[in-house]
Design a protein around this ligand. Structure first.
Ligand code: ZN
Length: 207
């Protein structure tokens, strides 16, 4: 029998015995499942053994695959991330909720162990433009400023060279951000003298 005829024959046989085949497959599937259930531990053990024996090979193989398919993997990951953005957010949130305490502890330990390095970094950061800005904003918030346009206020603060009330030069006098303590709104940029005990109110032309 030639190849084509054999193929034809196989196909016909399969069509005729489809149901039987299905039954057999189903039964086999059940049997396999049972076997797996019964030998769960043994299979696990075997898998572990195999994994241990082939660890290096597997690692090599994976590494090679990753190197050869760099772009493809990157693309796939990107696609996957796009598709699962919301889900990932959910997972991350859930994971964090579940691991909050251990994470906090880990963070604390890390900070303890790297105190010097972190302090050094913080000092460096505080000297940068962004560091100065975030430091000032943090201070203002702590003092009770609730204004939302903090970028604008900081720009104003940075570029103001003289006290808005007495015109003292800030290169000689300390610069302060003055805000309404009741509403939390930004009010003005003052020298320390004017800001102290709301001295600026004594300047009649401004009140
Ligand atoms: Zn002043």
């Amino acid at each position: 029998m030639d190849k084509e005829k054999q193929k034809e024959y196989n196909k016909k046989w399969y069509e005729e015995n489809k149901e039987k085949h299905k039954e057999y497959y189903q039964a086999n599937k059940e049997r396999k499942k049972e076997y797996r259930e019964e030998n769960k531990e043994r299979i696990k053990e075997k898998q572990k053994e195999w994994y241990e024996e082939n660890k290096e090979k597997q690692r090599e193989y994976k590494k090679k695959y990753r190197e050869e398919n760099k772009e493809k993997i990157k693309q796939k990951n990107k696609e996957w991330n796009e598709k699962n953005k919301e889900k990932q957010k959910e997972w991350h949130k859930k994971w964090y909720e579940e691991n909050k305490e251990t994470e906090k502890q880990k963070d604390k330990e890390y900070r303890e162990a790297n105190k010097e390095r972190i302090n050094e970094k913080q000092k460096e950061w505080n000297k940068t433009e962004n560091g100065k800005k975030s430091g000032a904003i943090r201070r203002w918030k702590y003092q009770g400023l609730t204004d939302t346009d903090l970028d604008y206020i900081y720009d104003l603060y940075k570029n103001t060279t003289n006290c808005w009330v007495c015109n003292h030069d800030f290169s000689k006098y300390c610069k302060c951000m003055d805000h309404n303590h009741e509403t939390g709104d930004f009010r003005q940029i003052l020298c320390k003298k004017c800001n102290c005990h709301d001295n600026w109110k004594n300047y009649s032309e401004i009140v």
